[in-house]
Design a binder for this molecule. Structure first.
Ligand code: SAM
Length: 166
């Protein structure tokens, strides 16, 4: 079930080139199933909690294209990835603000969302961060990056959650 859910986004991810980052990978979904699906693409599991990273590290011997980074999204190098994916990372406006700076111009953020996600709020956040929502099936939001990350982003750690942009 978890695997099906993770793989449901694989088709969306495949529309965009380049390395993939799973932001807030937690137990490894959707990043690990994506790494298994796309063995030719580098997949980074980015996770803020060290103990979770230690667990995730075990998977790197099974999947040579997988790496684990312990850290927060707001503190990573900008625009290092083609695609950022996130599932249950935070409320979608916060998740969008954390993920968009990680993605280069022409890349995309793919968010796994629940039925209560407010698309218009995410649209407003995306517009502040050189992103635009594109069509996606139920259960997902896809935000294409249409330019460089504007100055002032990422905001300092914690701000996107404490004071969402929309
Ligand atoms: C609810 S879990 C979801 C895990 C997994 N994606 C899933 O769907 O099962 C959210 C994870 O995001 C991590 N996290 C929260 N804020 C983060 C941030 N700013 N940067 C990186 N990881 C973060 C948390 O430590 C937690 O492991």
């Amino acid at each position: 079930m978890l695997l099906d859910d993770a793989l449901a986004g694989a088709g969306l991810v495949s529309r965009f080139d380049g390395p993939i980052v799973d932001v807030g990978a937690g137990g490894g979904t959707p990043g690990i199933p994506l790494a298994a699906s796309f063995p030719e693409r580098r997949v980074t599991l980015l996770e803020a909690e060290r103990r979770k990273c230690e667990f995730l590290e075990r998977w790197t011997s099974e999947l040579p294209n997988l790496e684990v980074v312990w850290g927060r999204a707001e503190e990573q190098p900008l625009e290092a990835y083609g695609v950022a994916v996130a599932k249950a990372l935070a409320q979608p406006p916060t998740a969008a603000e954390w993920c968009l700076p990680l993605v280069r111009d022409g890349g995309a953020v793919v968010l796994w969302i629940g039925p209560s996600a407010e698309r218009d709020r995410v649209e407003r956040v995306a517009a502040r961060l050189a992103g635009e929502l594109v069509d996606a099936p139920d259960g997902f939001l896809v935000i294409r990056k249409t330019g460089p990350t504007p100055p002032g982003f990422p905001r300092r750690t914690g701000m996107a959650k404490k004071r969402p942009l929309a």
